[in-house]
Design a protein around this ligand. Structure first.
Ligand code: ZN
Length: 323
């Protein structure tokens, strides 16, 4: 087979997923065997890739076959050739019993009371406060966003975490133990709906709103007094489209500088153009994300974003005068 033919095979990803009972029109459970995905976090993209918002795995067809059939990449390529050029259809994938997601019944859990307690815990806990300070977030911002602290117990594993509430039913918890393994770094309650974080920033009087990916990126901008939202652990583009109706606001895209972030930026730009939204792109000074920019070079990060906003304000003023 030629290289192009092998490349072409990748366009079968959607059909492969669908033939394994996965609905590619919505988020589905991550196929990475190292990620216990209790909330569906993986999305299929039209460029024949899947991306997980939880563990950030990004796979093409061969990557998905490797993950789901537990083979290495070269074997996955062989299998794909078999499936899609020799007319051999893959077996229907049946999730292992432990993978079957329990349907949530009844109303989602309300954490309002817990948040109050966790917020008090935070104010008394130096480890939690230092965790935030080390990530560049000031304590007034933490207070404003009701950041909390709690110890969760999963079996005999203790998980000491900073909690960032995103709605009364949903929060993100970050393990403050920096040596913890990657599986125990984040926690989100099962079944909680991922909401846009700080959604009010889209509706206030500020003439712009920065759009980030993660809660810490949003808090990084807010620490500098810059109006921002986070799309949530999930890039909730459809939710953003629902929430954003104010065409007078300039939206500043500041997503992560990785493949996934760039793809989402492009997707949003296309949407903004189509619907006549005003937008700008901010590259987080070339860092991986806003939080890394804040931690690594606060001065440059702050100057760059403020300069962009200043230019925007100037432009808006001129337009006002012209009217
Ligand atoms: Zn994952």
């Amino acid at each position: 087979m030629t290289k192009t033919e092998i490349e072409d095979l990748k366009t079968n990803l959607q059909s492969y997923l669908e033939s394994h009972g996965i609905d590619t029109n919505k988020l589905f459970r991550c196929v990475n065997p190292d990620h216990t995905d209790n909330n569906p976090s993986m999305e299929y993209f039209k460029d024949h890739k899947v991306y997980c918002y939880g563990c950030r795995a990004c796979y093409d067809l061969f990557g998905v076959i490797s993950a789901m059939e537990n083979v290495d990449r070269s074997e996955a390529v062989k299998r794909a050739i078999n499936y899609y050029t020799n007319g051999y259809m893959p077996k229907i994938y049946k999730p292992k019993p432990k993978d079957i997601r329990k349907e949530e019944n009844g109303t989602p859990k309300d954490y309002t009371k817990a948040y109050e307690v966790w917020k008090k815990n935070f104010s008394k806990n130096d480890i939690a406060k230092n965790y935030l300070i080390n990530r560049g977030i000031d304590l007034q911002t933490a207070e404003r966003f009701n950041v909390g602290y709690n110890t969760f117990k999963f079996g005999d594993v203790e998980f000491n975490a900073v909690i960032i509430p995103s709605s009364k039913n949903c929060f993100t918890a970050r393990n403050v133990d920096l040596n913890c393994n990657s599986k125990n770094r984040h926690y989100r309650p099962t079944g909680c709906q991922s909401e846009i974080f700080n959604v009010s920033a889209l509706k206030n009087d500020t003439p712009y709103c920065v759009i980030t990916e993660g809660e810490f990126d949003c808090l990084s901008f807010e620490t500098l007094g810059v109006n921002a939202i986070a799309l949530g652990g999930i890039y909730n583009i459809s939710k953003l489209k629902d929430a954003e109706k104010d065409k007078n606001k300039t939206l500043i895209l500041a997503l992560d500088n990785d493949e996934r972030g760039k793809m989402t930026t492009e997707e949003l730009i296309a949407y903004f153009k189509e619907n006549n939204f005003k937008y700008l792109v901010f590259d987080n000074c070339g860092f991986k994300d806003a939080n890394q920019a804040l931690v690594e070079d606060k001065e440059r990060f702050e100057n760059s974003i403020k300069e962009l906003i200043q230019q925007l304000n100037k432009k808006l003023k001129t337009q006002e005068n012209e009217m």
